[in-house]
Structures are given as C-alpha cells and as structure tokens.
Write a protein that binds this ligand. Structure first.
Ligand code: ASP
Length: 335
C-alpha cells in the first residue's frame, strides 16, 4: 500500500478564509477510493460530478433558507445514498456473503446529540434511520434487526435487499474473492469506493456531520467500520465537524474524527493542521483514506492520502466547487 508523506497530505489541505457570521458552508465527500486518474472514464467522472453537485445543491437549499445543519447533511447524504455510484445505500459494496450491509451516523455539534445504525440490509436510506435514532429514541446506536424494527415503527422506508445490489458491485466482489483465494489467506481487500459524508455549518453557527457506507468489499458478515462509530468516522461539537472515509479499522483505533476536534479544542490547532496530523498518524500506522472537516467559522480541510477523494463544497453565495484528484482545482470556501 502506498502512503503519502506528510508534506503531500499537508499540500492537500484546503484551507479557507473564515466565513462571515451567518454564512453557511456545506462540504461533502463521496469516498477516498477514487481510482487512479487514468482508470476513471470521462463518463464516470461526469456522472460522479453531477451527483455531487446534486447533493451539494440539496443541502444548500436547506441552509440558504435558514434550515439546520442536521437537515442539510441529511439531505445531501440521501442524494448520494440513492445514487448507485457511491458506496452507500443503493450501489453499496457487498460483504463476503454477497449482501449490502449498511452503516450510518449523524451528529449535531451544539447539542452533542447523535444517532448511529449498523448492519442494515433493508433500510433504503440509512442516514434517515440514524437521524430517527437521534431524534426519536433514547439511544445513540442501534444495529441489525433491532434497528430495522425500530425503523419500521417510526415509518422509515424499507426495501428488498436486492434493491441495493448492482452488477458492478457483484463483479468487484467476485474479483476480490478470486484475489483472496489466490493468496490462499484471508488478506483484507480494501476497496473503499465511495463512502459518503457531509458536514455543514448553518446560519445560526451550528455544525452537523453525517456519514453513510456499505463498508469494505468482501468484509465479514457483521463487520462494522468507523463510519457509524461516533468519534471515529463521524463527529461534531460546537466548533468542529468531521466525516471520514478510508480503511475503517485504522480510523476506529485512532478515534480519528474526535481526535481532529480535540486537537482544535485543546491545542487550538487549525482545522487544517488537526485533520492533516490525524490522517498523517493513520498513514504512519499503515491506514489510508481521507476526511472532510469544517470549523465554526467556515474553514475547511479535506486531506486524503489515496489517489483521489470525491469531494465538494458550497458556500454562502451558492458557489459549488467539486474536485477529485490533487491537481483538480481545489474547492475553497470563498469569503
Ligand atoms: N470507512 C469505511 C469503512 O471502513 C469505508 C469507506 O470509507 O469507504 O467501513
């Protein structure tokens, strides 16, 4: 596995000037698993960009009307879950049994309220169930059948498990399993292709973060990654919000999303330094991936140490910017 040195990661930090009070910012990712540039067809790139733009506009529509950061990140993530292009909801990668097994989380910074779900097979939009856990239950995390029973009781839409499965993901699973058989050992195949996430700052200065994923191709049945673990793949407090993507086991052990916010709180690190240093630490231990992070003044960081991370931002003026590789025009908050 290739790990980028620290300076490269720092190079990728997209630092923005502080937004004005009342400005809104929404930043999203579609996973740090973009293929090397030569392998991404123009059609696929165009399709991904269209979906990211749709997701940004859906969240912006909420924020520009004075809606909450929680509402905005839910709206963006739902669009990406519904798209077969990302590893979340429809089009999620498949576990070793050939099933889509979905995880998601959402957190509101100001109140520290959070909801998370894992191991779902029937919930059309896992982020909406995570939100229902936050809003309508006494709990933070529900898993598997219990989560789905709760979902039904609060009117969350269920679908047949076949809804999630696409031909492309079936092929990826077959390839991953063939590779593993060749090596005749349980080598983890880390194909994370498009976990989705969003972090928003609303007009009242409140932050929220959400992440939704199918996890890793060929993962064990029952495996849970970092995305639904509050503090690992998803976290928000009153001055920082983070959504991560990458090799989840490393992000869990690093308690990555919380560590970014803790560094900002205790060490007064900027969002760029905090996110870059946390990802650097993960890289040193052999993990890879990326994250999006936003502070309460609208400063943004989007570091990654893989070939590319699908990512985008929309600022208060409605300007939408999207990037995939390092040399694409970097999205920046413009204020
Ligand atoms: N972090 C996710 C997981 O490990 C995968 C991803 O980001 O694509 O479940």
């Amino acid at each position: 596995m290739r790990v980028a040195p620290a300076f490269l990661i720092l190079n990728l930090l997209l630092l923005a000037a502080p937004a004005m009070a009342g400005d809104v910012v929404l930043v999203i990712h579609g996973g740090a698993g973009a293929p090397p540039r030569a392998q991404l067809s123009r059609q696929k790139e165009a399709a991904v960009r269209t979906e990211l733009e749709k997701a940004l506009k859906a969240g912006y529509a909420v924020l520009s009307k004075g809606g909450s950061a929680v509402e905005a990140v839910s709206a963006s993530v739902v669009i990406m879950e519904d798209s077969p292009l990302f590893n979340a909801g429809r089009g999620a990668v498949l576990n070793a049994n050939g099933q889509a097994e979905l995880d998601a989380a959402i957190m509101e910074g100001a109140t520290r309220r959070a909801g998370a779900v894992a191991g779902l097979h029937r919930v059309k939009n896992p982020v909406l169930l995570a939100r229902a856990v936050m809003d309508k239950s006494r709990h933070v995390m529900l898993i598997g059948d219990g989560a789905e029973v709760f979902g039904r009781s609060v009117g969350i839409r269920m679908v047949d498990p076949a809804y999630f499965i696409t031909e492309e993901r079936k092929q990826e699973l077959a390839e991953a399993q063939a590779k593993e058989n060749q090596k005749q050992a349980a080598v983890p195949v880390r194909m994370y292709l498009g976990t989705v996430g969003a972090v928003a700052l609303d007009r009242s200065g409140r932050l929220a973060a959400a992440t939704s994923t199918g996890g890793l191709t060929n993962k064990r049945y029952g495996r849970v990654g970092d995305s639904p673990i509050i503090g690992a793949g998803t976290y928000a407090d009153d001055h920082c919000g983070v959504s991560a993507t990458g090799w989840g086991e490393f992000f869990i052990r690093a308690v990555a999303a919380h560590d970014v916010c803790a560094r900002m709180r205790y060490r007064r690190d900027s969002v760029g330094k905090a996110a870059g240093d946390v990802l650097d630490g993960i890289a040193k231990r052999g993990g890879d991936g990326g994250m999006i992070a936003l502070d309460d003044r609208g400063n943004v960081a989007m570091p990654f140490n893989t070939d590319g991370m699908y990512r985008g931002i929309v600022t208060g003026d409605g300007l939408v910017q999207i990037a995939i590789y390092r040399d694409s025009a970097p999205p920046k908050a413009r204020k």
